[in-house]
Ligand binder design. Structure first.
Ligand SMILES: [Zn+2]
Length: 273
């Protein structure tokens, strides 16, 4: 029995399941996903997409504008509904009913190309999105958008939230440094935007339970990681999953694979641990 178990390792299980599931997914990806969501004991799953740059660069962190446009059009044509982090948070606490196929579109860092390339595409589809900004970089460093641009985007459905003051890996910092990163970025963005900042994305995705407690103490309602998966009521509110979207050899194929398969794999316990 033990030998059998060892031989049938995770790779084999995933491969076997993929062979069984792929024909169903290809035949009817949406109905399959919808049934899985309805079956979930933890309520509606929310897909949180994570982008960085949207520009004509050949690096994994930069999705081409035309690919980003195709992805947004796919979401629109397939009945996805974009939500704000506030709506997302209220739904987890049971105070807000999410639309069908909810998706939270997020960007990290605050790159100038988000304003130049992503924002017009988001407006074209009337989509909401969230940008986690590095508060000391905006309007100071080249390649980051300005506070004026941030305020303009906020008028049209883009929520500006925190990605700390200067993007240091949080596991390398003392408690005093951590508190400063959390509190000062929140205050700076609130002062500039005139809107509350209740959400944060961990720079480089690194965090631990102690850091999560400091995030809570600093007044944030929720925090996002780069842990792969979809969010539901079983998720840790200070360690929320996201689905990163990268520029690959076939970016849009990778995008479709990620958004279609994540709920399925998760329902078998292969993504969340
Ligand atoms: Zn970052």
């Amino acid at each position: 029995m033990a030998v059998w178990k060892r031989a049938l390792n995770l790779k084999h299980i995933i491969l076997l399941a993929a062979v069984i599931l792929v024909p169903f997914l290809v035949a009817s990806p949406r109905s399959m996903t919808a049934r899985m969501v309805a079956d979930s004991e933890n309520g509606t799953k929310v897909m949180v997409l994570n982008y960085h740059k949207i520009d004509d660069l050949d690096i994994s962190l930069s999705v081409l504008p035309r690919d980003f446009d195709d992805q947004m059009r796919y979401l629109k044509e397939n009945g996805y509904h974009t939500i704000t982090p506030e709506e997302f948070y209220e739904s987890l606490s049971g105070n807000y009913e999410l639309p069908e196929n909810p998706v939270l579109i997020t960007f990290d860092d605050g790159y100038e190309d988000n304003y130049r390339n992503a924002y017009p595409i988001l407006r074209k589809y009337d989509f909401k999105a969230t940008i986690f900004v590095i508060s000391s970089f905006l309007g100071e460093k080249e390649h980051y958008f300005t506070w004026d641009q941030a305020r303009e985007m906020a008028e049209h459905g883009i929520s500006i939230q925190s990605h700390t003051v200067d993007h240091k890996a949080m596991t390398d910092l003392t408690d005093d440094q951590l508190r400063a990163e959390l509190v000062e970025s929140k205050k700076k963005i609130e002062d500039e935007m005139g809107r509350p900042v209740d959400f944060i994305a961990y720079p480089t995705g690194t965090y631990n339970l102690h850091i999560a407690q400091l995030v809570k103490d600093a007044g944030y309602k929720a925090a996002f990681t780069i842990k792969y998966g979809n969010v539901d009521k079983a998720s840790n509110i200070y360690a929320l999953e996201r689905v990163p979207i990268f520029h690959t050899e076939d970016t849009n194929k990778s995008f479709l694979e990620r958004i279609r398969y994540t709920p399925i794999f998760e329902s078998f316990g292969w993504v969340k641990s």
